[in-house]
Design a protein around this ligand. Structure first.
Ligand code: FES
Length: 125
């Protein structure tokens, strides 16, 4: 390697001889050792595995380099995992995520907060 050339850290070439199996929402999906979870899903014809919070639209891989967070899902109980950055391991369990936006709370004119946290604070001597 020539001095000054960038080193390729963490690169694992796909090994087509080693098959793995992951699960997406309980459905088994075959892949190849060395693939990312996003790679396994896309290769299996599953381009989306999440719904957007605002418009409830399908989402999958967008940037593919860990920047956009479009590809998040739950992996083995861990939420918000970027599937484009996570190497697939045999037996991984991926669960799709959909987090609806919170409902805005509006102050109505003349409304009182009789039982809220502010009322409890005011009653404390
Ligand atoms: S596709 Fe953008 S972070 Fe994974």
């Amino acid at each position: 390697m020539t001095a000054g050339m960038p080193r390729r850290r963490g690169v694992v070439p796909a090994d087509s001889s080693t098959r793995i199996e992951i699960h997406l929402d309980g459905q088994p999906i075959g892949g190849t050792a060395g693939q990312t979870l996003a790679g396994v899903l896309i290769a299996a014809g599953r381009p989306s595995w999440r719904r957007s919070s605002g418009r409830d639209e399908p989402r999958g891989m967008f940037c593919g380099i860990g920047v956009c967070f479009d590809c998040i899902a739950e992996v083995n109980g861990e939420r918000d995992v970027r599937l484009c950055r996570r190497r697939a391991v045999d037996g991984d369990r991926v669960v799709t995520q959909h987090d609806a936006l919170p409902t805005p709370v509006r102050d109505e004119p003349g409304a009182t907060d009789a039982g809220g946290a502010d009322a409890a604070r005011e009653e404390t001597p």
